[in-house]
Design a protein around this ligand. Sequence first.
Ligand SMILES: [Zn+2]
Ligand SMILES: [Zn+2]
Ligand SMILES: [Zn+2]
Ligand SMILES: [Zn+2]
Ligand SMILES: [Zn+2]
Ligand SMILES: [Zn+2]
Ligand SMILES: [Zn+2]
Length: 1868
Amino acid sequence: MADIEQDPGPGVDLDMDQSVPPLNSESSRSGHLPFDDSILPVYPDPSKSCVQQWMDIMSKGTLSYNDFKEHWRIWVPKIYSPEPKVNCLEWTFDEEQAKQVLFDPLERFICDGDPAEVLQRLSQMENPPSVCRRVFKMGEPTYSCRECGMDSTCVLCVDCFKQSAHRHHKYKMGTSGGGGCCDCGDTEAWKTEPFCDMHMPDHEEAQDQKRLPEELLERARVLFAAVLKYAYKLLTLEHTPYPPRDLRVKEYEEDRLGLVDTDTYCTVLFNDETHTFDQVITTLGRVIKCSQKDAIEYVTNIDREGRAVVKCSTFQHCTEMRTEIERFTSRHGNRPLKVLVVHAHVVAHQIYAMKLLEWLQKLLGHAEGFRALFSEVALQATPPDASIVEGILLRDTHLWKSARTHWHRLIISGMLMEYESKKAFARIFTKHYGTVVKDFMRDDHDHSFSIASMSVQVFTVPTLAHYLIAHEEVLFVLLNAFLSECSRKCNKSGKLEFERNVPNGTFKRAQYILYDLRYLLSAKPTAWTDELRRGFLQGLAPLLNLLTMMQGMDMVTRQVGQHMEYEPEWESAFNLHIKLAHVITLALEWCGTDRVVLIKAYRATLKKLYENLGSDLSQVGEVRELADHSAACLPYDVATQPVSIHLPLSRFLAGLHLHLEKYDLTFDSQEFAATGCQKPTPEQIIEPVLRTQVMISQVHAGMWRRNGYSLLNQLYFYHNVKCRSEMLDKDVVLLQIGASLIEGNEFLIHLLNKFNLVNWAHPQFETNSLKSSEEDSMRQTISLVEEFLGVLLMIVGERHMPGVGQVSADDRIKKEIVQQLCIKPLPHSELNKTLSEDVNHETGMERVIDQVAEFKKPAHGLGKGVYELKPTLFDEYNVFFYHYTREELSKSEEAQRKRRKQAGELECCPPPPLPPLTDAFMMAANLLQCDVMLHVLRVVLERAANLRARSFSEAQLHKALHLIGYALHEQERNRAEFVVFTDRADKWGLEKLIEELCSSARVEAHKDLLAWTLAKYRKLAAPRRAPGEGAVPAAPAAEAGGDAPAGDAPGAAPPTSAVDAGREEKEWRAKMAAQKRAKIMAQMTAMQKNFMKENAKLFEATLSGLGDTGRSRAGDAASAGAVEGDELRGSSMDLSEGPDSHAVALGPRQSLRAAQQRAHTCILCQEDQAVTADGPALVLAAFVQQSTVLSRVREPGAANAPPPDALFLPAALGPAPHTGTCGHVMHSRCCQKYLDNVLAKESRRPYRMRQPASFDVEKQEFLCPLCECLSNTLLPLVPPLAALQPSPKPAPELALEPWLQGLRVALKYKRRLGRGRSAEPASPAPAAAAGTAGSAAAGAAAAAASDASLGSPEPPADEAEPQPQFYTCPIDQVLVEMGDLAGDFAALFPSEGSPDGSPASSQLSENLSEMIQLFSLATYTKGLGVHPHMGDSRVTLMAWKSCAYTIHALENLLRDGGRPLLGGLSSRQQDCLEGLVRLVGVLASTWRHPRVLGSHALQLLSLLLETIPDGPCLFEWDSFGILVPLTLSLPSLFSTDAPPPVPTGDAQDLNVLKLIFAANAVKALLTLDTSSLEEAMDVEDDDKDEEALRPLIDLIRSAHAAAGLTPDLGDLPSARQLWAHVQNASLPFLRCCALFYHFLTGVPAPPALTEAHGDTFENLCSYLDLPVGVTDLLGTPLVQELTRGWCEHPKVKWYLTEGSGSLLRLPAPVNQLVQLPTDYSELINTVSMFTCPNSDREDSRNPTLCLVCDEMLCSQSYCCQTELNKSLVGACTYHAHECGAGVGLFLRVRECEVLLLAAPGRGCFLTPPYLDQYGETDQGLRRGNPLTLCPERYRRLHTLWLSHGVHEEIARALETSSNVMSTQWQHL
Ligand SMILES: [Zn+2]
Ligand SMILES: [Zn+2]
Ligand SMILES: [Zn+2]
Ligand SMILES: [Zn+2]
Ligand SMILES: [Zn+2]
Ligand SMILES: [Zn+2]
Ligand SMILES: [Zn+2]
């Protein structure tokens, strides 16, 4: 087939009017033959376009699917067939051709004209759509309004939300799981404001205008039907690799059509949920032999689309692939991955079918008429075929993911926009619901990818839900679907039973039905119809069946003798309960709104209960007697027989019972008796619940210890806020029902009997027990009595339940909040968590909180605010509140007793008054005064008073008193007139007993409560008693109960109490003191543990003045309280003369340098040690890291750029090695021992077992032994340089000009050494010696390095490209050429022989020099990313660079914090700088290749004084970054082999400063951005002033001239502005210099520089001995000349013209983290637009923002993994590497958390800088409250970053994290 023609030729022109332009000739896709008119297979008449042909057939009335199909049959394979032999990932289709041939004709056909125009007309004709229905993508933000939404499923998309009224309401943010849609415009979704501004309907237009033209509709009808049929057929194609017969290309057509390769097949891989990403990636890599990157892309596609073609080849080849893949993936007993081999044309048709669906969806958006038509067509069944919608409903699970979502989206946008279509869909959906969910259960795709998830679209619409219930039996259908799944899980007795190790995935999926039920019931009907009643009750029957299946499931029997063998399964039952609970609650609410329904439901429930009584409940009772009363009790021993915690049927009855009173119904009403159906007795009704209560009590009494954790877990959830509203709460109600229906005495006997306490209640119990009882059973009895009394307290006292007490639902929430806040004040989220959520996940807290509590804002804008209870409400505190856990009970009691004591009240918690009972429960109050109750109370009181009674406990007495208190309250509230507790209690002699107990030492803890009770008793009894009959009249003060001051309380108590009070107080105090001590001890331990974590920050914050002797240091504080005051820390600054306000650091006029030695305490051996040159070396733990924090340029790919020139710091300031330290001092020997230990420990630890290590020994990392600060090297302490190298006397003097003259001579003789070995081959003898010395030194240092590097094997010294080496003439030559000034010049280079040049190196101990070298090596390895190599000449350069960079960093930090320059350093920073500067000061003199240093000096001078066209120009180096190496290398300029002197700050150093200051000023002048200047303020410029500043203008002029630019100075600002600019731009440079020279020379800072804002230009110049005036500084001919030299550099011109964009202007601003929006939703909206950069148009699951450079990344995702150091890492790790030299600060936008990364492999999460209105963060966006930026928190993060603390922060987080699951940081 040689003749490949791209042009389809005129014959296939599909449009009469315009010919198809030639195809893209670049397309390499299979070519085709030119079409001959005569062989055009589609239509007999080729002269017509297909549109015309369709029109013609249409007019004949016979147009059908076949006519379109024929067109597609030919063209689809031509356009969309995959290419064989090409990587399947690289397919491209000619979409342009597709549009012209496949899509445009369809539109043109429908429109019969220009589609653009017609469709636009249609859209205009229609009102703007009044519903949104935007389908959410995964992760897209959603908004729900908590005030207006009908339920929590009602959500808005971003656009609608922003345009809606709800943005001013209380709203919640969320992220969509994908699949749902926006409810804007759905009037049933919103109580108010259903429309946003965009979707607001315009009511003026008439309805019938929307009607589309009839002919157009007719054409659309045919086409829609064809499109749907085609798409349905192709996408559901199964069991054959070939296209349907009628879509196949006939063999005879192939050649003519130009379809080559018709024998092509595809291997298609489908996704499933059993195989992991990694498994599939590995499989693909092996089977199709693709790269890992490609494999990842395939897998990503499969995951996203649900399938992917991985191979396109011959049938045989494809089948082999398939077999291989199946073989690989079926290992490990897995089901193999689904793989199909299909014909390429099938794939082509399927691709087109999906595109057609998209096209149709878009078309439907144009007009409502289209949607109505679509709905009609899609629902139309053409027997025998079902309708398309039915087809999709039933075949959904046969489709792959993206095919499904295409259909779902089409249905949403076509059928759910208009109510009638939606209703039609809802009906058909309901009809097939059973099949749909069955398919879903057996499928393994997520719910959101199933058509079953459409339920939320229809069931949540209230009117639709009611319609479906009334007319479509929807409840019945759903429940039956669920029941049929449940019945598989039922045991012989018909109860649900879940077993361990039995897969229950299907059952879990079945529980989605319960959500659907919830949706249906979520809107309570306001008006009932008979149909609705019938429909609802029809659903209630299966619901009761379900509850019956659950009633009594998971029975437990008390284990005696031995422990349970295995823990029984319990989670499934509780999970089911949690999912079902809302349905139950809603069903109960429905029943409560209609009398008829309530009666029928109550009756049905009673009937169910009766039918399920079982044998044990229908037995004849055994008679029990007590206090002259008796009851026939059901015999059942909870301690030996099985009991269940699941009693939903009983509880359902309790729920219904609460509504009875509303409709004047009672248990005994006629309505429940008449039917002839028998009902259980109240005793039978309460029996199951009673058993459960007894079982729980026995567990608490320790009788069920052998039953293991499974039971304890069940009890936990039974009581927990998640479950209790349909468990514990209903049980209490049921017991209360029992108490109101059963005679009080009998009820109590039933209870006592079930608790097995009838014996205990016997008066003779104590004496009887003496004979027989064992200690163990007595203890159990005591506990059981406590539990029994506790149950009574619940029955009597828990009345905050609407229906039981006269309270509202809000009262109930208030009560809960009151009780919680009595434990302690709580933040909003924690308080909210203690409340149970309703069906909309609301707790109702906001409604009531302001009535009960006050919000206290956090103190300093940091931390959470808390709610505090209003003080008046403390009286409502109930210590025995039934939702309290035991811990909460005791905590709250302690808190309340303490509070009352402080307030001077009785120290007890008397019971609160109770709300009145409703009439239905009125009888329950009688319980308090019936004989058995009084008997029980008397027994408890008597035994409390009887010191020999063994069954007594304090808790019993406490509860008994609480019960009496309730009774007294009831009596007091006259409403319950029938409660006459005191009258009856008198008969039982309770008063006397209480009085007696008041003086009992045994119950002293309850003394105040007894007093309160007695007082209250007497007050109430008094009016009823005849005068004189009563006992002591109650003291009026005590009668007031809790309000009485403690001092008055004993008035009611016997006189002894005063003594008691004294004693008690003493004891109390002793106890408190002991507690306090324990607390302090605990705190101490914790503090020691976290010591530095806190202190590190503390010290950062504590500003320490230089001379401040009171500075406290973490290390010293920890080391057994070393005294700070007399320690001579910072002594070098502590000059006795005091600070000199005119101190001069540099030059001949230099002030006195400090030289005192300082002592430190070694943190390891605790010995004091002075810093000396020859003593044992002291070191600081230090951390060197490559940093880009200060970088002024962040370019992608920076990481891969060659390392910058080691010689100087570039103007862009990074990346460069930064040095930091925690400031903890150790002996180097001690430290070595410590490190050896650490290493040994680490190496013993098996690699796999390692926690996510906070430090990496392989990188020489370790933690500071004291503060656990991350470190990787040691910074040795060097004595003050003045002590090593005193300033010469007299100080040499030499002005700048002659000095430069001398240097120029040296430059003149500059020669380059041959490249190659770094040793100096050309030099005479001494050099050779130096060479050997050098290698020896390298060896020693390397050995030391390997020591200090924790023993890691020494890596081979890497052969870095050697730095070029230079040398110059000896100094004598220069002196000769200089003439007169030779002497002064020579004085600047003291040599060994000269008197002042005592070599510093000889003074330093071997150990110290070694440590100095070692540290330098660390800066070299980190800074250049190379292996250690001591012989590399760049080692010194990197140490200097690190010094310059670190000073820059501190200068930035101080500037950013507005802190004083020399008074604002924290002690850590101070230690760091001092150590670092002194170290680099002596580095040259300890270096064993002085010639190398001389070479550096020559290079630097050359850079400054010569023009090297290919070298860096003025704008490319940082001024301070060149000053440091120049200062430190110049002394070595003429050195041969002798160590050079240490810089002292002499005239030479001053000249260096002057030179570079001038260079910096010129830079400032040239980089001035005049547009940024403000208009000259004062016009009356003093001419004289202007004249004085003239040199600046001249300078610019000559600079421009030198650069070859025509000086155009027309728009120059005034000279005054220029001067102000120069001063301002010089400040950062001068500040760095001041820091540097201060530590180098030891000249104390003048006071001005230690104060904030004291660092003015003048003050800095004065300290540095620079002249202040323009003329002196910059006006000399010398500066002019230098400037010309600098500007002659060719690059200068470029920078000033076309390159001005990359010009770095002065002064450099302090880098800031990116600006974040105040409103978090703005951020989340931005990311919803963000798509993964690596897979086109796909959303990113974890969009993550780099806070340093503002780039958005697609994190934690395979698609964006990149290779770094030979392993694949996530986008964040890679970016951190590029952007931050390994350090990254990110904001994970969807998770709302900050991610810190220390790439690769380490990281931590921090709370985000966003807070809700309660001052709380929301990591993971779980609560969804609106969040706003907290500037303070963000500021802290910024400071952390700017101070290079990220590495440390991560190490600390990892060290303290207890999380066993380690995060794979490198994959983020
Ligand atoms: Zn919307
Ligand atoms: Zn809207
Ligand atoms: Zn609202
Ligand atoms: Zn030591
Ligand atoms: Zn430390
Ligand atoms: Zn970045
Ligand atoms: Zn991605």
